[in-house]
Every structure is written in C-alpha cells, then in structure tokens.
Design a protein around this ligand. Structure first.
Ligand code: NDP
Length: 313
C-alpha cells in the first residue's frame, strides 16, 4: 500500500517518517516537493505518486502570524486539503487530514463532541474549519482527525519553549485558564498508522467523517508546564545539573495577562468517545505521552532541539 505523506518536516510528519512501516510504501513530501499554496503543485504530486492513501500532515500552523497572512493561511489550510481530497477521491484513495480544537470558541461547559457547532475565534481556526468542509465536499473516503496542543521532540512547540525558558530564567509565567489535552506528535503518528492499517484498503468500508483524537485527560498550559519540569527533574542526575534551571517557578496567569494577536479558546477539551467507539482503541493519557517526549529530549540532542527555529500553534 502506497501512502503519500505531506509535511514531512513538521512535528507529525517527522514522527510518521520515523515509524516502522514495513507494510506501507511511504512517500514523504516536503515543501520542496510540493508547495501547498499552489493547487497545481498538489494535483501534479498526487497524480505522479498515485497513492492508495494520503496523510496530510502539512498545515499553516503559525496561529498569531495567520492574523496578518490570511490568504496564505487559507490557501494552505483550506484550498490545499480540498485539492488533496479531490485528487484522493479520483483515485479512490483514503485521505487522512488533521484539524484542530481551534474550530471551537471554547465557551462550552464540557468536552466538545464532533456534532457541536463550530465558531472559530481566529484566522487559523477559521482556515482549518474551511479545510474540514473542503475535504468533506470532495465526497471521497476521508478521516478528519481533530487534535489539540501538538508537541514533540522536534520543532518549536510549547514543550521546547518551556525547556528553553527554563535555561534563561528562574520564573516562568504561564496561562492557566485555557484547558486542553497536550497531544504528542508521536502518539498522533502511531494512531494514524493504526487507522491506515484498518481502513486504507479500498475493500474496507471507510467511516468517512470527523473524529476527535486527542490525548486522554486534560490540563491547563500552566499545569502542562509544571508537569514537564517535574518529569525532567525526576529523570535528571542532580549532581550534573543546576536544580533551579531544571525546575523554575511556574506562575499561573490569565489569558488577559498574556495578550496575543490571535484569540484562543478557553475550553479546548474534545471528547474522544466517538473515536474510541468506532476505532476500538484509546489514545494514551497526556501525562504518559509527555513522559515519553521528555525522556526523548532529555539526553543527546537537547541543545539542537532547543535551538530549532519556527513558530507553532
Ligand atoms: P507543523 O507546523 O509542525 O508542520 C507543518 C508542516 O507543513 C511543515 O513541515 C511545513 O513545512 C509544512 N508546510 C506549511 N506550509 C506549506 C506549504 N505552503 N507547502 C508545503 N508544506 C508546507 O505542524 P504539526 O505537525 O504541529 O501539525 C500537524 C497537523 O495537526 C496540522 O494539520 C495542524 O493544523 C494540526 N494541529 C496542530 C496543532 C499544534 O499545536 N501544532 C494543534 C491541533 C491541530 P516547513 O517545515 O518547510 O515549514
């Protein structure tokens, strides 16, 4: 089975590339192979590769910058997935596409389910919501997997930012009134491989639709930061490191005390019930995923990891 993966250099793309896919022929595409802002570039890539399945791990994820780059953000997050979905439908291939908790406004009292009305607060969320609709409109076989707060051992993300700040200051102020499920890129990649195994063959019936696929449990950004430092301290050699650097004081603040160009939802919790029921497995708890990533970055490549440039959701 040939699987075309876009966004090979992103957080999820790199984890997909690192999986042992003995049963898949993975064709990994990056920006150099296909510019997702150019529709003809997408169509010619898909026609050239002729995949059985496509995993679209590419996206415009610079949430704050999107407020001033709306056209580019919509081209990559809405038009491009639509073109991928049309090409997939033409081939009878399954498209797996990722979306986000940011399609919601965060005012619901409990976890969001797939049928809840969308109401994005920012350009990025609106573009991803438009992407979901474009994928569905192609009438092919597709899975839109909404996930949240993605981080991993590659690229710049919340975890890498916290570890970098811990080297620079004894106290870090972190937003405590946004609640969600930090989900590791590795866990997303492993779940994606499982879905491909189960549903990519044309002979299997594909339950096309939107599914919430986040880590189990939830926390605030502040809770996530504290847990990261605790996990790092727990595995560290106290003789080898400065304990203040490992464990800075994390001060809880409100979203209003940390203004950003793009507004974020306060409640980002997504219910995975539909995913669990349909696919028959659960995503691991966020603490378990975080411990795995902290262990992966603790040792050899920490310095280069901390220095990787970029801006992520
Ligand atoms: P990353 O930002 O880590 O990676 C995105 C990739 O898309 C990058 O490799 C980037 O290329 C590529 N890309 C961007 N623009 C283009 C373009 N015009 N042409 C070709 N490639 C392009 O994303 P994640 O791995 O974090 O996200 C994976 C999915 O999960 C996305 O759909 C995202 O919306 C969704 N998601 C992410 C969340 C998060 O917190 N990050 C939260 C919820 C959902 P390059 O490396 O060259 O810049």
């Amino acid at each position: 089975m040939r699987v075309l993966v876009t966004g090979k250099d992103g957080q999820v793309g790199r984890e997909l590339a690192a999986l042992p896919h003995t049963e898949f022929e993975m064709v990994m595409a990056g920006r150099g192979d296909c510019d997702l802002a150019r529709e003809e570039s997408i169509r010619s890539l898909v026609r050239r590769v002729a995949p059985d399945a496509i995993v679209n791990a590419a996206a415009y994820t610079a949430v704050d910058k999107a407020e001033t780059e709306q056209d580019l953000c919509f081209a990559v997050n809405a038009t491009a997935p639509g073109a991928l979905a049309e090409e997939a439908a033409r081939l009878g291939a399954l498209l797996i596409h990722y979306s986000t908790d940011y399609v919601f406004d965060g005012t619901k009292g409990g976890p969001y389910v797939e049928s809840d009305p969308v109401a994005p607060l920012n350009t990025y969320g609106a573009s991803k919501e438009a992407g979901e609709r474009a994928v569905a409109a192609a009438n092919g076989r597709f899975l839109v997997l909404r996930t949240s707060w993605v981080y991993g051992s590659h690229g710049k993300n919340f975890l890498s930012t916290m570890l970098r700040l811990a080297q620079e200051r004894p106290e870090i102020r972190v937003v405590d009134d946004q609640i969600g499920a930090p989900t590791s890129a590795g866990a997303i990649a492993r779940a994606t491989a499982r879905l491909l195994r189960q549903y990519a063959l044309p002979s299997t019936s594909v339950p096309s639709g939107i599914y919430h696929m986040t880590a189990g449990g939830s926390t605030s950004w502040c809770g996530f930061a504290r847990a990261i430092f605790e996990a790092r301290s727990a595995g560290a050699n106290p003789q080898a490191v400065n304990p203040r650097i490992l464990n800075p004081r994390v001060v809880a603040i409100t979203s209003e005390e940390y203004p950003t160009p793009a507004k974020r939802p306060k409640n980002s919790r997504l219910s995975n019930d539909r995913f669990n029921l349909f696919f028959g497995f659960h995503m691991p708890q966020w603490q378990e995923q975080m411990a795995e990533v902290v262990a992966a970055v603790r040792q050899p490549n920490l310095v280069s990891f901390l220095r990787t440039p970029g801006e992520r959701e």
